[in-house]
Design a protein around this ligand. Structure first.
Ligand code: GAR
Length: 208
């Protein structure tokens, strides 16, 4: 069984998708063993509690304490012995202190077709740029913000008259499906790094 830790910061709609389609799905050999949240009182914590999943809050009180926060994050998550760590709407920059504890096993969800629009305002920036196409990326997390190799990507068209809210609604629907698919593929051992080209991930979609 794939042991999954999910990192969240706010609403947790992607966490909910993982709970519904992966954690509570007997056909997927994966369990969410811990949810870690960067903010007390976040809706995501209620979702985890409702599903009976243990939660921890690891907050960053002051940016100067990032190294200590990341060491604590590594310790808390390490205790859960994860095979995969999923940043699903985790909105706080993490450093090598954390990522090096789980090499190549931390993935991140981002609401654009990276490398376009990294950072916290990807949907608003896509609207402001006037791009015709944006999308969703699930990628390996590295120290560069939203910078690691993509695993799955899916385009979402920007429609005439779209606002950040209407576009976000369609992006979220794709995120929920793509992230669940990604964790399911991990549980089936179908995702690997290409030994010949380490920037590239090999994904065996299995034709399904
Ligand atoms: C998602 O759209 C995710 O892609 C985004 O935060 C949202 C969280 O929604 N993450 C980033 O922008 C990371 N740079 P949720 O809390 O409802 O799952």
């Amino acid at each position: 069984m794939l042991r999954v830790v999910v990192m969240v910061s706010g609403n947790g709609s992607n966490l909910q998708a993982l709970i519904d389609t992966v954690h509570a799905n007997p056909e997927v050999d994966a369990q969410i063993v811990l949810v870690v949240c960067s903010k007390d009182g976040a809706r995501a914590l209620e979702r985890a509690a409702a599903a009976g999943i243990p939660c921890e809050v690891v907050a960053l009180a002051d940016p100067s304490e990032r190294a200590a926060r990341d060491a604590r994050l590594a310790e808390v998550i390490g205790r859960a012995r994860p095979d995969l760590v999923v940043m699903a709407g985790w909105m706080s920059i993490v450093t090598g202190t954390f990522l090096d504890a789980f090499p190549g096993r931390v993935i991140n969800l981002h609401p654009s077709l990276l490398p376009a629009f990294p950072g916290m305002h990807a949907i608003e920036e896509a609207i402001a740029w006037g791009v015709r196409l944006t999308g969703v990326t699930v990628h390996i997390a590295e120290e560069a913000v939203d910078g690691g190799p993509p695993i799955l990507q899916e385009p979402v068209p920007v429609l005439a008259g779209d606002t950040a809210e209407t576009l976000a609604g369609r992006i979220h629907a794709v995120e929920h499906r793509l992230l669940s698919r990604c964790v399911t593929l991990y549980s089936q051992g179908r995702i690997h790094r290409d030994p010949a080209q380490p920037r590239r991930m090999i994904v065996d979609e299995g034709g399904s």
